[in-house]
Design a protein around this ligand. Structure first.
Ligand code: ADP
Length: 407
């Protein structure tokens, strides 16, 4: 089955066309600067160099049409016609409490996604625009929404309720939701497969460390806690996001710095994290270089990050009453040996110890723990697109079986 995976943002649409059975990416790319001057599509066919194609794309509808044209074009195409696309899988950031799994897109599902606009105002509206543009461009092709929040809907109340007046939860849905669910689910599943053990019997801490970072406690294949909250600002410090801080600081900083709501939001989301502490960069490669050159604030930002990840690993082992495996994934988790090392340092008391040589791996599924360590630590590249495509195929197959049975 060929599935087109769409991740629509406010001015960009990332896409991948995958053959699910062979797990092959036939083509991938992104429409960029939608609605702005200089819009273009970056497109890469399997085994070929990427190309940049300028297109005028005033809106998402045009962008989707151009992406489909490129995929079917003589010059850059990988399919003869749109009929070869069996289904479209959409990444949707927030599914609220309504979605504990992926869903075939119907009018009712779209309404429920719209109801979550207020919870993810930057993400859900463009996700919906992507869905509607695809409905128009490939009518009749089944479309599936895969939610970042869905995997964490198994958390118990004690993990997701904030110690605020309970009516805020009832009135506004204010609670922990968690994000990166598709990635946490995928790498936890891969970890169990690689270890040859049923996931139902495993306790895994998954660390998705990228520009945005979150840690999850996956007990028996289900998320029971995660570090991000109602929004992706919570948890460990990130590229530019502050992570957990004393909540009283929000009004205190607004007062002292004369900031309004937008100002404080900007400060915590875009000017904080490792970029804010180091004053250098949000990119961990730049921080590694600066640390090596002796910059004390780059070292501080990195030390803080590793210390926070380490505390989450131990806390989630406690939350699950044990831990069989820890997984590092995403840009930093897959490629940064120093962060992995520092995040596991001092955890030998609970059976976590890395092998210094194996830990040097980048971007390959590898058990990086020391021989004899009772907890296995893995670096596993995430593959959210493949996970979305596989979910899409599963749901479409289910829908077809149900239709057949109903005939
Ligand atoms: P996003 O959350 O935007 O998807 P990524 O998962 O790509 O981001 O993570 C970005 C971070 O990963 C950056 O801080 C960068 O330093 C790090 N990173 C990404 N690729 C590499 C690499 N090949 N080598 C070292 N670090 C990398």
């Amino acid at each position: 089955m060929k599935v087109l995976v769409i991740n629509a943002g406010s001015s960009s649409i990332k896409y991948q066309l995958l053959d699910v059975h062979s797990a092959q990416v036939l083509a991938k790319g992104g429409a960029e600067r939608i609605g702005l001057d200089g819009s273009l599509i970056k497109h890469q066919q399997r085994n070929l160099e990427p190309v940049k194609i300028p297109f005028r794309m005033p809106d998402h509808r045009t962008a989707i049409r151009e992406i489909l044209d490129v995929l079917t074009s003589v010059e850059h195409g990988v399919i003869a016609s749109m009929d070869e696309i069996d289904a479209v899988g959409h990444r949707v950031v927030h599914g609220g409490e309504k979605f504990s799994s992926s869903a075939i897109i119907t009018a009712e599902v779209k309404q429920a996604i719209r109801a979550c606009f207020r919870m993810a105002p930057l993400h859900n509206p463009p996700n919906m625009t992507g869905i509607e543009a695809c409905e128009e461009a490939v009518p009749g092709v089944p479309q599936v929404a895969v939610f970042d929040t869905a995997f964490h809907q198994t958390m118990p109340g004690r993990a997701y309720i904030y110690a605020l007046p309970y009516e805020l939860y009832e009135k506004h849905g204010i609670r922990r939701y968690g994000f990166h669910g598709t990635s946490h689910r995928y790498v936890a599943g891969r970890c169990a497969e690689l270890m040859g053990r049923p996931i139902e019997e495993m306790k895994i801490v998954t660390c998705h460390l990228g520009n945005g970072s979150s840690i999850a406690a996956v007990d028996g294949g289900k998320s029971i806690d995660t570090s991000m909250g109602m929004t992706p600002l919570a948890g460990v410090s990130m590229g530019t996001r502050c992570g957990d801080i004393d909540p009283a600081l929000v009004t205190m900083i607004m007062d002292r710095e004369g900031l309004d709501l937008r100002g404080i939001d900007d400060l915590m989301n875009k000017k904080s994290g490792v970029a804010g502490v180091s004053g250098i960069s949000s990119d961990f490669r730049d921080l590694d270089d600066a640390q090596k050159a002796g910059n004390p604030r780059a070292k501080l930002a990195l030390d803080m990050f590793k210390y926070q990840v380490r505390k989450y690993i131990a806390a989630y082992a406690a939350a699950m009453g044990g831990v069989d495996a820890v997984v590092f994934t995403a840009g930093i988790g897959e490629n940064n040996p120093d962060v992995r090392w520092g995040s596991c340092e001092g955890l030998a008391f609970m059976g976590i110890a890395l092998d210094p040589e194996k830990n040097l791996v980048r971007g390959r599924e590898t058990d990086i723990s020391a021989d004899g360590a009772t907890v296995r630590v893995w670096s596993i590249p995430t593959n959210e697109e493949l996970a979305i495509a596989a979910e899409t195929e599963r749901l479409v197959a289910e829908m077809r079986r149900a239709k057949e049975a109903g005939k």
